[in-house]
Design a protein around this ligand. Structure first.
Ligand SMILES: Cc1cc2nc3c(=O)[nH]c(=O)nc-3n(C[C@H](O)[C@H](O)[C@H](O)COP(=O)(O)OP(=O)(O)OC[C@H]3O[C@@H](n4cnc5c(N)ncnc54)[C@H](O)[C@@H]3O)c2cc1C
Length: 400
């Protein structure tokens, strides 16, 4: 496989023995066709997406005009593509390497919206939504978290769905919902008032009784539009219940896979941090020589690369287990907790290499440091994922 290296960086790196950040050649495990596709996606993301998104990040705006290009590279239908788990994971890592917010959009879209409708939806729901979702002409969001229930959502979920002759009546509030400001519909989790079971419903967000408010002034993931969504007696057709998601246990696989997806984000972010930190280290001069010549700078580059490689190889193994149908929540939780913990350390080291410039969005390093905080928290906080692992290895739960 040709080295995964942004062409604009190549001039700085002449004579460097390991020009690409995937130093252990994880991508070489892919079949040749998937390697080619991954390289094409990498080049597109590094040349067209990465340089374009900084100003949107500063303004907390989503570059809607870039969505058709993402779709043209198949990023709206990764979960329908029949490609290997390793390929899908490496694509998620590559999107994150270019921008964490867009990777959140692509990942939630594929893992929790397209994938869930494809596997658990009715034939009518698939016909209605999947064609538009493939091209990003339609966008869905995943509405689970609530203002008063984050880590304890499984037990505490308070949004209700009441079945009537005319349809389901949804009441309640959701918080932090990615793409919630503009999505066409929300896969909404609500408790059925008849049996207290948590079920998932497709709620079109232009229905009467829906209000949505953008959550502004976030320290990270600033391009992704997160929203508070309130449902006040929102009536939806009975057919909008997702037939395969009639209990929380039914969607557990998806929550497990999406946790693994965030593990890939943790790995991909560190590739991006390494790219930028190395680029800066070899080009910035102090004391009459590149700062890359200083031992302390080299130690930090080695630390970032070690963290990134550990994360990438761990995720490659997750992909293999997932491909075999053996991925369980504790393994996904361990991977997510580990790669995002390492991403935080790598981000701090990368930002340090950037010195003063390291705090400016245009150098990407502070942007990636802020985005690392979000990976550490969403899809189950670091603490909760650690406790899931702790329960699995001790047999006792420390959190319920
Ligand atoms: C930018 C962003 C995007 C998001 N996108 C979405 C989305 O698209 N859809 C969606 O449904 N949700 C989304 N979320 C929600 C996310 O999953 C939750 O924020 C997360 O699960 C944590 O919940 P919380 O924020 O309510 O924190 P809390 O649960 O209130 O936790 C606060 C602190 O207490 C700790 N804590 C809680 N319980 C325990 C315990 N038993 N033992 C030890 N420590 C504990 C936590 O680890 C944390 O440090 C998003 C969040 C963010 C920040």
């Amino acid at each position: 496989m040709p080295p995964i290296l942004p062409p604009q960086h190549a001039a700085h790196l002449e004579g460097i023995v390991f020009p690409h950040a995937d130093i252990l050649s994880v991508a070489d495990r892919l079949p040749a066709e998937e390697q080619r596709k991954l390289q094409t996606i990498h080049e597109f993301l590094q040349t067209e997406i990465r340089p374009a998104v900084g100003e949107y990040w500063d303004r907390e705006e989503l570059p809607f005009d870039l969505l058709p290009a993402l779709a043209a590279h198949g990023l709206g239908e990764i979960e329908l593509s029949g490609t290997s788990r390793l390929y899908r994971g490496l694509v998620y890592a590559e999107v994150t390497r270019a921008d964490v917010s867009l990777s959140a959009l692509v990942g939630i879209h594929n893992e929790l919206v397209v994938g869930l409708i494809d596997k658990l939806g009715s034939p009518e729901q698939k016909d209605t939504w999947l064609p538009g979702l493939r091209t990003f002409e339609k966008v869905g969001c995943f509405a689970l978290t609530e203002p008063d229930h984050g880590s304890d959502i499984a037990g505490g979920l308070a949004t209700t769905a009441q079945r009537t002759e005319d349809g389901w009546v949804i009441n309640g509030s959701k918080r932090w919902i990615g793409a919630g400001t503009f999505a066409d519909f929300a896969i909404t989790f609500a408790r059925d008032t008849t049996d207290n079971e948590i079920r998932a419903f497709i709620v079109e967000l232009d229905r009467e009784g829906v209000t949505r408010t953008k959550i502004s002034r976030k320290m990270g993931l600033r391009i992704m539009q997160n929203a508070d969504i309130h449902f006040d007696n929102v009536v939806i057709p009975l057919d909008n219940a997702i037939p395969g998601a009639q209990s929380f246990a039914n969607v557990n696989d998806f929550l497990c896979y999406s946790r693994a997806w965030v593990g890939w984000q943790g790995a991909g972010l560190q590739l991006g941090i390494f790219d930028k930190a190395r680029e800066y280290a070899v080009s910035r001069q102090q004391f009459g020589r590149p700062i890359a010549k200083f031992q302390l700078v080299q130690e930090q580059l080695a630390r970032i690369l070690g963290n990134a490689s550990a994360s990438l190889t761990m995720m490659a193994q997750v992909a293999w287990v997932q491909e075999e149908g053996r991925l369980e929540m504790p393994f996904a939780a361990l991977a997510k907790a580990t790669t995002t913990r390492l991403a935080r350390e790598s981000a701090a080291a990368g930002r340090n290499i950037g010195g003063g410039n390291g705090i400016l969005t245009e150098y990407d390093l502070s942007k990636m440091m802020s985005d690392a905080e979000i990976l550490f928290t969403y899809e189950g906080t670091y603490d909760i994922n650690s406790l899931i692992v702790g329960r699995a290895v001790t047999g006792v739960s420390a959190f319920v």
